[in-house]
Design a protein around this ligand. Structure first.
Ligand SMILES: *Cc1c(COP(=O)(O)O)cnc(C)c1O
Length: 412
């Protein structure tokens, strides 16, 4: 008899998006004429930029000729892409990285989920609450989180860092020791950011406690304000304590194309039970060369094209488009009397439900009265209750229409 990994039984099930789909389907069946606008999913809608398509086509043609055909590439990614990343995403911010400090991958989801494999099973992990569910669920599967407490909606051994209205959605510092700290800025779902000074406090905390920060920076490209750091390595000392995850998904429309990268500075150390230090970078190299065979050449060639002058201009236009949607949502909701967070340096708007309404109750009301679908905050953690997420990834037309409907039908 094959025995299962019983940690999987601790997962409460992928309730959020399937429950949303169920409610939308039921509503549509009952109201076939309703024109439903979806501002719920975190997926992009604008096509890949022309420079990316051109580079991908060229690379596909190369694969069709014996002289330019490529087989297995380096597991860590091609140097042409890594060099462009270093030059454009880091050097411009005064951060120097070596080629072997960057690992190209097929996604920040897989990287943030897989990275915990390097850590011992008894490490205590901390996550902000609300949170992107991947960090939690991957650690549940590994057996690091203890059991799920249904009453609290939390795992027994995870340290949750509440992001609340009172603390301006900035995660509270842990009051007990933690070893692994997942941070995501600009944040999904709250759309909020930390200033350089605030981020420095986390780096200082990690240095003092010998903890490691797993910094998800998938929305870096949406940052507009000057005092918001573009990379955690702008903070002094971060090279000793932080891994940074980036993705081309939201930056350049790669959600269906798949390319991302992870930065692991060589100073980063993790310890064995004898107290001996080991290089996290080398451990990840060992892990990747065993379990991963790299991202396809056409996709890496396509990703590199976003760093050409045309590519840069084209992705900027797309990001500007989404951020104009974000402005429309944020200002429209504010005018309608709602309290909102985010939407300034991120494509997410985190709104407080009116009259302390539960997130799911608000979901139903918004769908039934305005025919707009968003994401209930409770789906991102206990502290998401009473909040609701709207995304700026829709079309301009739908975004304007949705906000107009909320204003006329659901103004406070
Ligand atoms: C969308 C998203 C990612 C990107 O994941 P990919 O696997 O690269 O598409 C990573 N982290 C967060 C918080 C996200 O919302």
């Amino acid at each position: 008899m094959a025995l299962m990994n019983e940690n999987f039984l601790k997962l409460p099930g992928s309730y959020l998006f399937s429950e949303i789909a169920r409610r939308v389907t039921q509503f549509k069946n009952e109201n076939p004429d309703a024109d439903i606008i979806r501002l719920g999913i975190g997926d992009v809608t604008r096509p890949l930029p022309p420079a990316v398509i051109e580079a991908m086509k060229k690379a596909v043609d190369e694969m069709g000729k014996a002289e330019t055909f490529r087989g297995y590439g380096p597991e860590q990614g091609y140097n042409f892409l890594i060099e462009s990343i270093i030059e454009n995403d880091y050097k411009t911010r005064g951060v120097t990285l070596d080629i072997d400090e960057i690992y190209v991958s097929d996604g920040a989801k897989s990287d943030t989920a897989n990275f915990q494999e390097i850590f011992g099973i008894n490490n205590i992990m901390a996550v902000s609450d609300p949170v992107y569910p991947v960090y939690v669920d991957s650690n549940v599967m590994a057996g690091r989180t203890g059991n799920y407490n249904t009453d609290k909606g939390q795992y027994d051994n995870i340290v949750y860092l509440p992001c609340t209205e009172e603390n301006g959605m900035k995660p509270a510092f842990p009051t007990t020791h933690v070893d692994m700290i997942y941070l995501c800025f600009p944040n999904n779902p709250t759309g909020m950011t930390l200033t350089k000074n605030e981020l420095k406090q986390w780096v200082d905390y990690a240095r003092e406690h010998k903890s490691i920060i797993l910094y998800d920076s998938a929305y870096e490209a949406f940052i507009r304000e000057e005092n918001v750091p573009r990379t955690i390595y702008e903070v002094e000392g971060a090279r000793e304590v932080a891994v940074e995850f980036r993705s081309f998904s939201k930056t350049a429309g790669f959600t269906g194309t798949r390319c991302a990268y992870t930065v692991i500075p060589k100073e980063l150390m993790i310890y064995d039970s004898k107290g001996e230090a080991h290089s996290l970078n080398k451990l990840w190299l060992r892990r990747q060369t065993t379990k991963f065979n790299g991202v396809s050449y056409p996709v890496q060639a396509a990703a590199a094209a976003i760093y050409t002058p045309e590519g840069k201009k084209q992705i900027k236009e797309t990001i500007d488009y989404y951020m104009e949607n974000a402005r429309i949502i944020r200002e429209g909701l504010t005018e309608a009397g709602y309290e909102v967070f985010g939407g300034i340096n991120a494509p997410y708007i985190w709104m407080k439900t009116p009259k302390q309404m539960g997130s799911w109750e608000f979901f139903d009301k918004l769908m039934k009265e305005a025919h707009v679908v968003g994401t209930p905050g409770a789906g991102f953690g206990a502290n998401g209750e009473g909040f609701f997420r709207l995304t700026a990834f829709g079309t301009r037309e739908n975004t304007e229409k949705a906000i107009q409907r909320i204003k006329t039908k659901m103004g406070k």
